[in-house]
Design a protein around this ligand. Structure first.
Ligand code: BES
Ligand code: MN
Ligand code: ZN
Length: 505
């Protein structure tokens, strides 16, 4: 994808397709829409006057101006100006960009920046020009994600954009800075989305480790991969138990980025890397099981966050950890009733082999604290079906032992559009994990599944500030959203990155 930034007079702009914003309630074209209208002979005014386009959020209409150097204009609705936020810009940019992509426009130009200012003057969210540019570029670039690697026939029917140009009349520095940041972030998210959408026969733990090593070399962070023999020597009982039924070797991926002061304790970013979750001996029903290829979305997010943080030159020390394996049933698989000893020595009675995510995460969290002396731990995991039931596909489940960290993540979520919602970690829930024979069970029962899963992890975080993000409902979408095509979303990369950038809390 070629990305360009352009400033200057509209009269000097040539475009195959230009995205222009219109707020709800604007009866006649305003701002850029008025200028464009002048250039293309009054079509926008006519469309608004006829009521054919009302500016409702994320509605689109594509107008043609065949004789003009602006060949097509995609109007995109921004909703009510007083309600405008950065997310309005992201969504509108995504909608406008894909409306043109669907018409097979190869070069898209996005001109939404003047509208940002109109929105906040009308009482919408206030932000600066750089943030607005970043939001527009994020929405546009993220909307174009596709996975066509496995299509071998009729490839000429696939529609894709080759070039996106972000245009504004002025403010070149802010536009450039915003678009550059967006490119780094969306490239990283695209890598995560690709890892997630690739099936488990391609995206194995070994493949994930290779991707991390390559990314570390390119972006500038160190990667160590612990092999099965290393995990045995280190006594990482959780990862090893989950891997027991598999023919694919496990990998524990350790990524280290030194952007902060020497000796400063790192922030640990842990991601669940279950490359496929059959449930193991407590096997899942067949229907929809294919979706469990996205059970490594947390791990993919951890790799993406490391890449983006390193390329943005974030001034913090970070450790990214991905315990990666599939969860398979076989003659050698771990079984209900088995007891394993985790990396920090605590024993766990397995009452359901489908509660495997917490078993790999507990070793990684313990490693972050014991070996890496992490100042704080943020873990990301497609951990519970219960979270999908509780929050659906709109909110990440947020649970933690440090309210400051929780609050910052929620705030970053609102700002970035990777929204989260907090759930409680009261001690009454924690008691549901009591085992008759070991230090704890790996499940808490039918009720409050997202909370008891987090309670399990909390025991391994101890006093270290820690927050858990349950992304079971948000890492994948079956319903296309403005800048999240059907499939892997890349949530919560932008949420966590924003929190890292706002550290210390
Ligand atoms: N990977 C699943 C959770 C999941 C479900 C993610 C749906 C995405 C969509 C996880 O490993 C799991 O199986 N959790 C169990 C826990 C239960 C056995 C306590 C669940 O949610 O049913
Ligand atoms: Mn499971
Ligand atoms: Zn799982």
């Amino acid at each position: 994808m070629n990305v360009h930034v352009k400033t200057g007079k509209l009269a000097d702009l040539a475009a195959e397709g230009l995205v222009v914003g219109v707020y709800e309630g604007e009866q006649a074209p305003v701002g850029l829409a008025a200028e464009v209208d002048g250039a293309i002979g009054g079509v926008i005014a006519a469309v608004l006057k006829a009521g054919d386009f009302k500016g409702k959020a994320n509605s689109t209409i594509v107008l043609h101006a065949p004789a003009n150097q602006l060949k097509r204009v995609a109007l995109v609705g921004l909703g009510k100006p007083g309600e405008a936020t950065l997310e309005t810009l992201r969504q509108a940019a995504g909608k406008g960009t894909t409306a043109l992509r669907d018409l097979n426009v190869k070069a898209v130009t996005v001109g939404l920046l003047a509208e940002a200012q109109r929105g906040w003057k009308a009482g919408g969210e206030a932000y600066d020009a750089r943030q607005a540019a970043q939001a527009v570029a994020e929405g546009s670039l993220l909307s174009l994600f596709q996975m066509n690697d496995y299509r071998t026939r009729d490839r000429d029917e696939l529609k894709s954009v080759d070039q996106v140009t972000f245009w504004a009349a002025d403010g070149e520095d802010a536009l450039k800075a915003g678009v550059e940041a967006a490119q780094v972030i969306t490239d990283a998210i695209t890598l995560a989305r690709e890892l997630i959408v690739h099936p488990s026969n391609f995206a194995t733990a070994t493949h994930m480790a290779e991707v991390a090593v390559k990314a570390g070399k390119a972006a500038g962070f160190d990667v160590t991969v612990f092999e099965k023999a290393d995990l045995e020597r280190m006594k990482m009982g959780g990862i090893l138990a989950v891997n027991q039924g598999s023919v694919e070797p496990p990998k524990f991926i350790v990524m280290e980025y030194h952007g902060g002061a020497k000796g400063e304790a790192p922030i640990a970013i842990v991601g669940k890397g279950i490359t496929f979750d059959t449930g193991g001996i407590s096997i899942k029903p067949g229907e929809g099981m294919d979706k469990m290829k996205y059970d490594m979305a947390g791990g993919a997010a951890a790799i993406a966050i490391m890449i983006a943080a390193a390329r943005l030159g974030v001034k913090k020390n970070l450790v990214g950890l991905v315990p990666a394996t599939d969860n398979m049933p076989s003659g050698s698989a771990f079984k209900p009733g088995d007891i394993f000893t985790s990396y920090n020595g605590m024993t766990v009675e397995v009452l359901n082999t489908d509660a495997e995510g917490r078993m790999v995460l507990c070793d990684a969290i313990a490693y972050a604290i014991k070996d890496k002396k992490a100042a704080a731990v943020i873990d990301m995991a497609t951990l519970t079906g219960a979270c999908v039931i509780a929050l659906g596909t709109e909110a990440v489940g947020v649970l933690g032992n440090n309210q400051g960290l929780v609050d910052q993540l929620l705030k970053s979520g609102d700002k970035t559009g990777d929204r989260g919602w907090q759930m409680p970690l009261w001690k009454e829930y924690n008691e549901l994990l009591r085992s008759d024979i070991a230090d704890m069970k790996n499940i808490g029962g039918r009720e409050a599944g997202t909370i008891t899963a987090a309670c399990f992890l909390q025991r391994f975080a101890g006093d270290t500030p820690w927050c858990h993000l349950d992304i079971a409902g948000t890492a994948w979408t079956e319903k296309e959203k403005p800048y999240r095509p059907k499939g892997p979303t890349g949530v919560p990369v932008r949420m966590v990155l924003d929190t890292i950038q706002n550290w210390p809390l």
